[in-house]
Design a protein around this ligand. Structure first.
Ligand SMILES: NC(=O)C1=CN([C@@H]2O[C@H](COP(=O)(O)OP(=O)(O)OC[C@H]3O[C@@H](n4cnc5c(N)ncnc54)[C@H](OP(=O)(O)O)[C@@H]3O)[C@@H](O)[C@H]2O)C=CC1
Ligand SMILES: CC(=O)N[C@@H](CCC(=O)OP(=O)(O)O)C(=O)O
Length: 335
């Protein structure tokens, strides 16, 4: 049994991790910690877990963490790295924050000064469909951002045949913003509304551009939107084709690229969020705008799962040589 710990268990992704790990047959949840609610059972914060997980929340203790097999850090960016700096090499770490996803210069341009830039090169960007071999040996996983996961998976199969100027129009449910209180995320602000935010200045633009450019140089314009739903992301990617290709060639290319990927479902009909809510699936399809020779790819994921916690678990399975789908054969919430 793998002895697992979670730091930041009081947050949204922390809760999702607990729910997933409770059903993983090869895992023992050894340690749940948070800054708040210390000494209380987890079910005090999340009453849905009463009689399911009443484990006591402990203070965050590096000694305790270093004795585990693997630690999930479900903390805000800028905070996670404080723990990684101290724990690296003592325990395998899966960091859900952005702290190790970018090289130092780019990180410091978009976030803040890095506390242990020497460890950035040790981190593997935890997108299994791109980096599976590196993940197997990693001591530190930088779990990808939610928008970045949906966007990268959509465009990756076509990178070699599109112009290096890609537009991504993405929409997320409100849980993408985490649990902390914000006026703009009040029900009365979000319900019955829809808006773009952080236009052309969102932190996932450099993450997407940097990750894709390691495969093929590309410039990305990224516009996120806030959907009045709880969870789910839909990303629409617009890319001009370099030559003329018909739909059947493009579909075959997409299908071939993901043929061996259980969690990527390719289809001819455009994907929608209700089909993937509650799962680790990413559904992808496309349309060809023949008049403009533009490829329009659409992908959907659950931001809290394939966009965060279940992808983190997928990474854990790969790191420890377990079956990649172990604990992740989740049924969608909706019919
Ligand atoms: N929500 C999403 O869809 C996604 C989130 N992520 C990333 O995952 C990470 C966690 O996100 P999420 O669960 O949504 O966030 P939440 O805001 O829901 O939870 C954050 C957690 O971090 C803890 N925390 C906050 N500040 C500190 C601190 N200074 N020291 C110690 N603990 C602290 C909180 O504890 P307490 O309650 O005790 O203050 C809480 O447990 C973030 O980096 C986020 O960007 C990545 C992909 C998708
Ligand atoms: C709706 C919403 O607010 N979403 C978040 C996405 C956060 C996330 O996935 O990611 P990081 O781990 O990169 O912070 C946002 O736009 O900041």
């Amino acid at each position: 049994m793998l002895r697992v710990g979670i730091v930041g268990v009081s947050g949204f992704t922390g809760l999702e991790l607990v729910k997933l790990l409770l059903h993983h047959p090869l895992v023992e949840i050894d340690y749940l910690s948070a800054r708040s609610h210390v000494g209380q059972p987890l079910s005090d914060i999340f009453p849905s877990l009463k009689n399911i997980c009443d484990k006591i929340i402990e203070p965050i203790d590096e000694n305790r963490l270093s004795k585990l097999d693997v630690v999930f850090l479900a903390l805000p960016h800028g905070i996670s790295m404080e723990f990684v700096c101290k724990l690296f090499g003592k325990v395998r770490i899966i960091d859900l924050s952005a702290d190790f996803r970018l090289p130092k210069d780019l990180y410091e341009k978009w976030y803040k000064p890095h506390l242990c830039p020497n460890l950035i090169k040790e981190a593997v960007y935890g997108l299994p469909e791109l980096n599976r071999e590196k993940i197997k040996k990693a001591k530190l996983i930088a779990n990808p951002g939610c928008y970045a996961t949906a966007s990268i998976l959509a465009i990756l199969p076509f990178l070699d045949i599109v112009e290096s100027d890609v537009i991504i129009d993405a929409k997320s449910g409100v849980s993408g913003a985490g649990k902390s209180l914000r006026e703009d995320l009040l029900f009365s602000e979000v319900e019955s509304s829809f808006k773009a935010y952080s236009v052309a200045k969102h932190r996932h633009q450099p993450e997407i551009e940097y990750t894709l450019s390691l495969v093929e140089p590309v410039k990305v314009t990224f516009v996120p939107h806030l959907l009045p739903i709880n969870r789910g992301i839909l990303a629409t990617v617009y890319a001009k084709l370099k030559g003329f290709f018909d739909e059947s060639y493009l579909f075959e290319k997409l299908e071939k690229f993901y043929r061996n990927e259980f969690f990527i479902r390719v289809s001819k009909s455009l994907p929608q969020i209700n089909n993937i809510s509650g799962t680790n699936f990413c559904d992808i399809s496309f349309a060809l705008d023949k008049d403009n020779n533009r490829l329009i790819i659409v992908s959907v994921i659950d931001n809290l799962l394939k966009g965060a916690s279940s992808q983190a678990l997928q990474n854990m399975n790969i790191m420890f040589g377990l079956k990649e789908e172990e604990g992740l054969k989740l049924k969608p919430y909706y019919p």
